[in-house]
Design a protein around this ligand. Structure first.
Ligand code: NAD
Length: 421
């Protein structure tokens, strides 16, 4: 409940613009360029009908935002959540622009969302909603224009429906219109694990810089979905103690640690991590402040705020989620000597392997998981090194450093293209 209230109190778009303004100021960007990069290029709002199982008709609202396309087609996930707003989607699209730039992949930023709690719909209703939403988006999406991917409450099945719907419209099979697809449809090996794997690579780099011994660390993970559950499993495989995890229903804690794979099996059966044998129930707010060395927020925005930042005990915070920390909280964490791996760097493994998937689809040539992970490792290490280098040279926190790297790359692309006509 507490986290839900905080989510509503902080506007993600205000946060995204504040973060951009800070970077623009540091980079002395011209006022024209600031005006261009501060706003999204396109925002589409659609209200569309879906036939429900009982024969009634419901109308849903969805959005697709393209923030900046200077470096390539729009790339970004589609989220299904009851709290989705246009401002949230705008923020997520802007963060995608910087994320693609910080890892150096040739995409611009996009994001989509539908206001819906998919857990209240049948599978057939979710399919109907997805196919109609994909149809509404067909004026924007395409392999060279805008390429969606999974995000909160969407997955490879959602992407398969979007790919099929788009392919039916154009009259041929177009795998490269979405990423995060099932492997038999042209999905990439390693994509399902990519966000978490990329986050773990950045944690290893940060630990090396800070002189932290990863296998000795106690880890807490907020959010136990694609990003969080796999991050917990990968950290456990490295020898860490997973002491706390949570989902939308609450959290669990055990100082001696537990096996996240067993928690995942428990969640599949009970639809919650809560109640896992041998653990104590904690709230999502308590999880963030628990006694641990590494904290991995992997749920929603605005979880670490001015209200709790001063009580966070972890030395290293790895933002697998998008936008979990507000700018005021960033200042407190920096003051307290916490090392934050910012979202646009930490969770960029997802979009990086999405890029690999898109390349494989376009070339009709598929790589094995070792190739994918080796390439991902190189990209993440390089992005981490450029960000750390900027952080040390400019004496700024890691988020501002990542923004300086990313915004400069986008600004260079936008400037050299010039203003049409
Ligand atoms: P998901 O739907 O697979 O999992 C989300 C998890 O968060 C679920 O366990 C859910 O129960 C939990 N959750 C929801 N509301 C919560 C709350 N108020 N408190 C605590 N937990 C809550 O989604 P995901 O794909 O893992 O995405 C999680 C975060 O990672 C999001 O911020 C997303 O934008 C970001 N992200 C995901 C990817 C990706 O490839 N999936 C890539 C980059 C960033």
């Amino acid at each position: 409940m507490a986290t839900e209230q905080i989510v509503q109190a902080v506007n993600a778009w205000d946060v995204a613009q504040q973060q951009f303004d800070l970077a623009a100021e540091h980079l002395h960007l011209s006022s024209g360029l600031r005006k261009v990069l501060r706003e999204p290029k396109r925002e589409l709002t659609v209200h569309f009908p879906v036939k429900m199982d009982d024969g009634s008709v419901e109308v849903f609202t969805g959005y697709r935002v393209q923030h900046n396309l200077s470096r390539g087609p729009a790339k970004g996930g589609i989220r299904y959540h009851q709290n989705v707003t246009l401002d949230e989607v705008k923020a997520l699209a802007m963060w995608m622009t910087w994320k693609c730039a910080v890892v150096g992949i040739p995409f611009g930023g996009g994001k989509g969302g539908v206001i819906v709690d998919p857990k209240k719909l049948s599978l057939r209703e979710v399919e109907g909603l997805t196919r109609r939403f994909a149809t509404e988006l067909s004026i924007l999406i395409g392999p060279d224009k805008d390429i969606p991917a999974p995000d909160v409450n969407t997955n490879s099945q959602t992407m398969a429906w979007i790919m099929d719907t788009y392919s039916m419209h154009v009259g041929y099979t177009a795998p490269a219109v979405v990423t995060g697809k099932p492997i038999p449809l042209g999905g990439s090996e390693g994509r399902n694990e990519a966000t978490a794997q990329g986050a773990v690579y950045t944690i290893q780099s940060a630990a090396q810089h800070l002189g932290i011994d990863v296998p000795k660390c106690r880890v807490a993970v907020q959010g136990f979905g694609n990003a969080g559950a796999i991050a917990a499993q990968l950290m456990h495989a490295l020898g860490c103690k997973i002491v706390a995890v949570s989902d939308s229903t609450g959290g669990i804690y055990k100082a001696e640690g537990f096996d996240p794979s067993s928690v995942l099996a428990w969640k599949k059966e009970h639809y919650s991590v809560v109640g896992f044998p041998g653990t104590r129930e904690i709230s999502n707010a308590e999880l963030l402040e628990c006694d641990c060395d590494i904290l991995i927020p992997a749920a929603l925005e605005s979880q670490i705020t001015v209200r709790n930042a001063g009580r966070i005990q972890a030395r290293l915070i790895a933002e697998a989620a998008n936008g979990p920390t507000t700018p005021e909280a960033d200042d407190i964490l920096y003051r307290d000597g916490k090392f934050v791996i910012p979202d646009i760097l930490c969770n960029a493994g997802g979009v990086t392997v999405s890029y690999f998937e898109w390349v494989q689809d376009l070339e009709r040539d598929f790589w094995d998981v070792e190739q994918v992970n080796a390439k991902l490792h190189r990209v993440m290490n390089k992005a981490f090194a450029s960000t750390l280098d900027m952080c040390l040279k400019q004496q700024v926190n890691m988020r501002t450093a990542a923004y300086l790297v990313a915004v400069q790359r986008v600004a260079d692309a936008a400037s050299v293209r010039g203003i049409y006509p």
